[in-house]
Design a protein around this ligand. Structure first.
Ligand SMILES: *Cc1c(COP(=O)(O)O)cnc(C)c1O
Length: 339
């Protein structure tokens, strides 16, 4: 039985067109800045967001960690949402790599407000950690793929400007956010000092993320990437996959979002489901009613060919992506309904 993989959008396999583009890539040594395909990917992405430069890195964890490293000094504080990826899923990286501590704010499905950020900025006082960075996640993973609206982003931008604080975006799923909200990339580029973009999620590339920012910022970021062991040599084979994804696999994210809403609707009809987070993009998070647990529902789904992720004792996450077909969604809904 072929399993329907809904644990994450990182399970995508390269499409035939993408593999062809990888095979045909022109490459060089990227640590010397001489891989033409990496350079093309960096320029293409920086231009898309209207930012000065971009840096190709092995993962989104690395692009986030480098951003934190460049924006802060040891002992500083980073303002972020309590369930944000940079805090929950990067192995304590900000403490380990940069010697900084998080200032965690409880969000509305992963999103924080300008008022919350303002309250969390420490005064200039020797007793207090220096607030050095604000980081947002758009879409917010643990928020069920929720999106920020432009007003909130603009008010946080204005606040950071007043306090001379850099503003970073963990945009692992930024193209899902753009698709769902109709915001445009250059608009977001004008709000943030740095943006991390993943190619290996719903865009379907096998590996890779980009960090975007000013030329000065990227110069420092390149140094950090080397220190972290993220300087790759003939990385153009991977960059070619990323370029292909950006040129051919962005518009289809709409289909993933449609699939996620179909799953949402099916879950609303189930007696074992307590609640479903409103679906905005390609992530569906729902809570299970007692006496059922997430683990036993996940096990029952697996027996019927559906792989899902548990994100808590009574919480399950489904993620749609380019290897999930309409027929698979139909089957998954049928299984979910009669469980
Ligand atoms: C996946 C993800 C990342 C980066 O993860 P890697 O696996 O290191 O590429 C960063 N932020 C969010 C919100 C993510 O979902």
């Amino acid at each position: 039985m072929d399993l329907i993989e809904l644990r994450s959008d990182t399970f995508t396999r390269p499409t035939p067109g993408m593999l062809q583009a990888m095979m045909n890539a022109h490459v060089g040594d990227d640590v010397f800045g001489e891989d033409p395909t990496v350079n093309e990917l960096q320029t293409y992405t920086a231009n898309l967001f209207g930012m000065e430069e971009a840096l190709f890195c092995p993962s989104g964890t690395m692009t986030n960690q480098i951003a934190i490293m460049v924006h802060t000094r040891p002992g500083d504080e980073v303002i972020c949402e309590a369930l944000s990826h940079i805090y929950v899923y990067e192995g304590g990286g900000m403490a380990r790599n940069s010697g900084v501590q998080p200032r965690l704010l409880p969000g509305d499905r992963g999103r924080i407000s300008a008022a919350q950020v303002e309250e969390a900025i420490n005064p200039d006082d020797v007793h207090r950690a220096r607030t050095a960075l604000v980081s947002l996640e758009h879409t917010a993973n643990r928020g069920g793929g929720s999106c920020y609206n432009m007003n909130t982003l603009e008010s946080i931008r204005a606040l950071c400007y007043r306090h001379q604080l850099p503003l970073h975006l963990d945009g692992a799923r930024i193209f899902n956010a753009l698709q769902a909200t109709g915001q445009n990339a250059a608009q977001l580029g004008s709000i943030f000092n740095s943006i991390s973009v993943c190619l290996s999620k719903g865009l379907g590339a096998p590996v890779g993320s980009l960090l975007l920012g000013t030329s000065g910022f990227i110069k420092e970021a390149r140094r950090c990437r080397k220190v972290m062991g993220g300087g790759m040599r003939q990385a153009g084979f991977l960059a070619a996959a990323g370029l292909y994804a950006l040129k051919h696999q962005v518009l289809r994210l709409e289909e993933d979002h449609r699939h996620a809403s179909i799953l949402e609707k099916a879950l609303h009809e189930c007696r074992y489901v307590e609640s479903v987070m409103p679906v905005e993009t390609n992530i569906v998070i729902f809570n299970i009613k007692t006496p059922h647990t997430a683990a036993d529902i996940a096990q029952k789904l697996l027996q019927q060919g559906i792989r899902v992720a548990t994100t808590g004792p009574s919480q399950i996450r489904l993620v749609t992506h380019l290897d999930v077909t309409p027929a698979m969604i139909e089957k998954a809904c049928a299984v979910i309904r009669r469980l």
